[in-house]
Design a protein around this ligand. Structure first.
Ligand SMILES: [Zn+2]
Length: 317
């Protein structure tokens, strides 16, 4: 029997052992190479674009020869004002991308020996960078559409006579949200968080190109899709697949997200749910990449991503 790719040596191209053995200078070189990929790691002034610079080697900074602007490899990126060593940051990204169902901030903090707050913000910055990969991206061909609810769990009272009907709106917490996923077969997965699944209809119109074949389940709000696309429906109470009509790939995505929320984070707030959803989508879409490529891809995205408005100085506010 052929070996599964993820079990093969080809899937393991980067390890923590290798990162730490190579050390801080090598990690710094990796940052330079991925930040300035077009120039093979030679610094480019972020202000004027000039290649002429002086090196301030002691501080790993550069001074632009054209406009005198001082900058570093992380200036203007999501890692601006970093305090962690490059080798630790690289290790952190390796740990984050190695987790097929994500990683909790608590576990990351233990692995890196840093504060929980630091690990929490760092992981969220990486998620933001991962999410940036599909911004403005549209789907075509065959697209599966589905939604799944997360959060807002109400613990039943101990005694039966004290229990309320948790299905009623007045007994709910208002924290429940739906993740809508649009997954192109052999393509990317786009996600968004809404209060109700019906809000996903507008998202489909916005992100799926005309001419696409859209697959959805029997929920009535998806009926509107027939007006704009060749829509195929699958009634899950009858079958999960009927003449090629199914949302099985969207379901695979949700099973990863459920394992991430249930197995790593245990509880996610409605406010951050979209970032976990994007993280799971990124992992799902790149599941066949080796781990070194995954780690470098995430780092490349982070270095191409501007300072985070949400996460920069998060605990200083
Ligand atoms: Zn300059």
């Amino acid at each position: 029997m052929a070996q599964h790719f993820l079990l093969s040596a080809a899937a393991r191209t980067l390890s923590l052992k290798a990162i730490y053995k190579a050390g801080e200078d090598k990690a710094y070189e990796t940052f330079c190479r991925l930040r300035w990929a077009e120039t093979q790691g030679e610094p480019v002034c972020p202000r004027c674009g000039s290649l002429d610079h002086y090196k301030i080697t002691t501080r790993r900074r550069f001074k632009c020869a054209a406009c005198s602007h001082q900058f570093s490899v992380t200036s203007g990126t999501i890692f601006a004002s970093r305090k962690m060593a490059f080798v630790d940051l690289l290790a952190a990204i390796c740990i984050i991308t190695n987790g097929a169902k994500g990683i909790s901030a608590l576990q990351l903090a233990r692995d890196l020996d840093c504060q929980h707050k630091t690990a929490f913000v760092l992981a969220h910055k990486i998620r933001e960078a991962m999410a940036s990969e599909t911004v403005g991206f549209n789907l075509e061909g065959e697209v599966e559409v589905d939604g799944a609810y997360f959060g807002g769990h109400i613990r039943p009272e101990n005694r039966k006579e004290d229990r309320k009907d948790r299905r009623l709106a007045q007994h709910q917490t208002g924290k429940r949200r739906v993740v809508v996923a649009l997954r192109q077969r052999m393509g990317r997965t786009l996600t968004a968080v809404f209060h109700g699944e019906d809000e996903g209809v507008a998202m489909v119109r916005d992100r799926v190109m005309p001419g696409a074949v859209v697959y959805a389940d029997e929920a009535s709000h998806w009926d509107a899709l027939h007006g704009w696309y060749s829509a195929k429906r699958i009634n899950h109470s009858v079958a999960f697949m009927d003449e090629g009509a199914c949302t099985n790939q969207a379901e695979s995505y949700f099973s990863r997200l459920r394992r991430m929320v249930g197995g790593q984070h245990h509880k996610v707030s409605a406010q951050h749910l979209h970032q976990y959803a994007a993280h799971a989508a990124w992992l799902e879409d790149h599941r066949r990449m080796d781990n070194g490529a995954l780690c470098h891809r995430a780092l490349g995205l982070a270095l191409a991503h501007k300072v985070s408005r949400q996460w920069s100085g998060y605990w200083q506010r």
